[in-house]
Design a binder for this molecule. Structure first.
Ligand SMILES: CC(=O)SCCNC(=O)CCNC(=O)[C@H](O)C(C)(C)COP(=O)(O)OP(=O)(O)OC[C@H]1O[C@@H](n2cnc3c(N)ncnc32)[C@H](O)[C@@H]1OP(=O)(O)O
Length: 423
């Protein structure tokens, strides 16, 4: 296989395209095409990271002769849901070469991928970050997590007097010390936050990978742990510093990536440590949860600028298995009608009988209480968008009075869903 057209290649309008699986021998070519699809280049270190994360059997694309003209793959992942986690196909690296765009290749790849997931029956949910928010709704993907891009001036950001920072302390550590403490800690708090993705060793390696070309003028990644009163690590954050006179002529900016803790005091203490760095005047956290506690800690929250953005999009491939994977905030027993125009076999009527201990979900012929599309089901799945919001916008059909309220209350999650891992 090659990654670009040869001088004697067949032009797009005369190409015969075949949907092909990736083979081990073609790995580098394939990821060269992926990189070019995002107007980037493939670097040897990225390829190594990719190899550690990628199952070749989950990669495919269209070929014209011996050339890849489209790509996509998925990782076998687990996503936290209220009350547990669900096996999830993390879909990424979707590209179609410019000469072949708008001829339906993405549509065919999506159908092939989703149908394959249904047939394999291992992952009832697919998940992706969309390059453009208008693309994936037509395939039944709905926005399932959102994010805040937070920024502000550090000196002006005092905490409320009553904020308790606990009896521990935070300190900068090496990358290795960070990994050794943060990886097991994150594992214990992984399911606290719906939307979180599990981090295997390969995903941690990717998280720590920090080539200069990806720093955009900022310094290297640095690491901080918070230690509880007894010395046990109970929180972690990573950050980098950007010296930029256009941001502030008085000092640099701290750009925060990971930030998580086992308890609220440790979380607040980590923020305080980051905001109190000497010679730093500004802070930014590009991917923060929409219920970011900083907003509750600040004495003057108006000083925090928040920009709301979309984050992950989910696609429910197997309704009963996906809905049974989570618990429900309140007892609920009703029939949902899911209209799935892209994958009709996945839609239909389902009785959901559930509560805080789990749920039974099965196909039924009974009259529905509420009708919604596959995209809307994905949107409400983790509780980030109450179905009430869709009803207010005239987007769902309530057949039984009160069904919207009951579903909104039952699907509510323990915290705002959030995904920090871009893939
Ligand atoms: C999960 C991820 O990896 S996200 C990354 C997606 N990839 C990129 O952004 C890389 C650059 N872009 C591309 O490679 C391609 O343009 C793709 C993959 C986005 C689209 O591939 P195509 O083969 O052109 O899509 P296809 O022809 O199947 O289009 C399907 C529909 O989506 C629409 N569509 C496709 N791309 C876009 C877009 N960028 N913005 C809005 N609508 C789009 C088409 O108009 C079409 O609409 P229709 O069903 O109403 O006719």
């Amino acid at each position: 296989m090659t990654d670009v057209a040869s001088p004697t290649h067949t032009p797009p309008h005369r190409s015969e395209l075949t949907l092909s699986p990736l083979t081990e021998q073609d790995f580098e070519n394939y990821f060269t095409v992926v990189a070019r699809g995002f107007h980037s280049e493939l670097h040897a270190d990225d390829l190594e990271i990719q190899r550690a994360m990628t199952d070749v059997d989950r990669c495919f694309g269209f070929c014209s002769g011996d050339r890849w003209v489209s790509t996509t793959l998925s990782f076998a992942q687990r996503m936290a849901v209220p009350g547990g986690s669900v096996p999830t196909a993390a879909v990424t690296d979707v590209t179609v070469t410019p000469g072949h765009r708008r001829r339906g290749l993405l549509t065919q790849m999506m159908r092939h991928q989703l149908t394959g997931l249904r047939e394999r029956g291992e992952e009832p949910v697919a998940l992706l970050w969309a390059s453009e928010s208008s693309i994936y709704g037509r395939f039944g993907y709905g926005q399932v997590t959102r994010r805040f891009n937070l920024s502000g001036q550090t000196r002006e950001l005092g905490f409320l007097r009553e904020v308790d920072l606990g009896d521990g302390s935070a300190d900068e550590v090496t990358a290795d010390a960070y990994l050794a403490a943060a990886a097991p800690l994150r594992e214990t708090i992984f399911t606290d936050r719906p939307g979180h993705l599990h981090r295997s060793d390969a995903w941690w390696r990717r998280n720590q990978h920090d080539p200069e070309r990806n720093r955009h003028g900022a310094g290297p990644l640095r690491f901080v742990l918070h230690f509880a009163a007894d010395g046990t690590p109970d929180g972690f954050a990573n950050f980098r510093i950007k010296e930029d006179s256009s941001i502030t002529d008085l000092g640099g900016e701290v750009i925060i990536g990971d930030l998580d803790a086992a308890d609220p005091q440790a979380y607040a203490a980590l923020w305080r440590w980051l905001l109190d760095l000497d010679l730093i005047r500004a802070f930014r956290r590009h991917v923060a949860p929409t219920d970011e506690p900083l907003l509750q800690l600040a004495a003057n929250p108006r000083m925090i600028k928040t920009e709301l953005g979309d984050a992950t999009y989910a696609r429910i491939v197997d309704v009963p298995t996906a809905l049974q994977a989570r618990t429900y905030a309140q007892e609920v027993d009703l029939v949902l009608e899911i209209e799935d125009s892209f994958l009709p076999e996945a839609g239909g009527r389902f009785r959901l009988a559930g509560g805080p201990d789990g749920a039974d979900v099965s196909r039924t012929d009974h009259t529905p209480d509420l009708s919604l599309t596959a995209r809307q089901l994905a949107m409400i799945y983790l509780g980030g968008t109450p179905v009430r919001d869709l009803a207010v916008a005239g987007q769902v059909v309530e057949h039984t009075a009160g069904a919207v309220q009951r579903v909104s209350a039952a699907f509510a999650g323990p915290r705002a869903p959030f995904c920090r891992d871009f893939f």
